[in-house]
Design a binder for this molecule. Structure first.
Ligand code: FAD
Length: 314
């Protein structure tokens, strides 16, 4: 079994930032970038990132990730292109099982992110209008020119769907919340905000059944689930706001999680197991941005380094 000082699991902005800091502190980190789990993380599924500081003209998500990766490797990170299928946090050093070998680690940073949930709608899939007007992040993409002064559609019924819809009123001509029931799940205060907003309309008992366009989204088809009536609406964009799933299944309950599945952190990035730290979207169900993920990756690396020093490993 190979023994490592610090293993980082996950290859989004959180994992790579943690790796850059750890490598520069001579910890020779090993980073599992994943294999089946989209190496590079959520930014690999987006086109332009316009809110990451340092890129006044924007940068494509995959190019930004490639830069993170190069920077981490330049300072001595070893990147392993495998998924971690299993960890054992009940033993020390911790065991981390890749697809080929098992490693021992004195400290662990978990930065496996979260996956934005999407619905399987004809026209909204990869290779169709996904990222050509269909997205899963209003805060990230809402300000893009293709959405300006166009009718925009948000699918969802919880607080985040309402938040996203209200955010989008700054850009769209009108924002429709498409909800399959006759009641929202959102808190009362958020519901009132949506119901009283002059630019927001709720399409009750409705589902989006198709997305159409040319090079970008131009219309959505909507079905009323009570009457089965189909209508076609001009649209500039469709936003999924149907939740996220944190990538924590491989932990199999060995760390304390919130009821929604996100890792619980204490005093920065410390988890319920000493020597295990969590960074990025896997522990953040509020902000979920590349820059906040990178910030917590930095914090996790510094906390891991302090911990390893305290324990006399470095
Ligand atoms: P992630 O980026 O989710 O990366 C984690 C990665 O870890 C996984 O994808 C996978 O490769 C790896 N992994 C997972 N499980 C395992 C495992 N078991 N073993 C090994 N590796 C594993 N944010 C912005 O700031 N600006 C934007 O413009 C922007 N646009 C976005 C557009 C879309 C469509 C989406 C979905 C998100 C967007 N975001 C944007 C949000 C941003 O991408 C995330 O907040 C950020 O990527 C979170 O980083 P992370 O490092 O925590 O995790």
């Amino acid at each position: 079994m190979q023994k490592k000082s610090l293993i980082i699991i996950g290859s989004g902005p959180a994992g790579y930032t943690a790796a850059i800091y750890a490598a520069r502190a001579n910890l020779s980190p090993v980073l599992f970038e994943g294999f089946y789990s989209i190496p590079g993380g959520q930014l690999m599924t987006t086109t332009d990132v316009e809110n990451y500081p340092g890129f006044p003209d924007g940068i494509s998500g995959p190019e930004l990730v490639e830069r993170f990766r190069k920077q981490a490797i330049r300072f001595g990170t070893t990147v392993i292109s495998e998924d971690v299928g299993d960890v054992d946090l009940s033993v020390y050093p911790f065991h981390v099982k890749g697809s080929k070998d098992t490693y021992e680690a004195n400290a662990l940073i978990i930065s496996t992110g979260a996956s934005a949930n999407r619905l399987d709608i004809p026209g909204a899939r990869d290779g169709e209008f996904w990222q050509k007007g269909v997205t899963a992040c209003a805060v990230c993409d809402g300000a893009a020119p293709i959405f300006r002064n166009k009718p925009l559609f948000v699918i969802g019924g919880g607080d985040s769907a309402i938040e996203e819809a209200i955010f989008l009123t700054k850009f769209g001509s009108r924002v429709y919340i498409v909800h399959r029931r006759d009641q929202l799940r959102a808190s009362k205060i958020m519901q009132e905000r949506a119901l009283n907003h002059p630019k927001v309309e709720i399409l009750w008992n409705s589902v989006v059944t198709a997305v159409e366009g040319d090079t970008i989204v131009r219309s959505v088809a909507i079905e009323n689930v009570l009457t089965n009536r189909q209508t076609k609406h001009e649209a500039g964009g469709l936003f999924f706001a149907v939740g996220h799933t944190p990538n924590t299944a491989f932990l199999k309950g060995q760390l304390e999680l919130h009821p929604n599945g996100y890792i619980k952190v204490f005093k920065g990035t410390k988890t319920s197991v000493e020597g295990v730290f969590a960074a990025g979207d896997v522990q953040d169900y509020e902000y979920r941005q590349a820059v906040t993920a990178a910030g917590s990756g930095c914090a996790a690396s510094l906390q891991a380094e302090h911990w390893l020093t305290e324990k006399g490993f470095i």
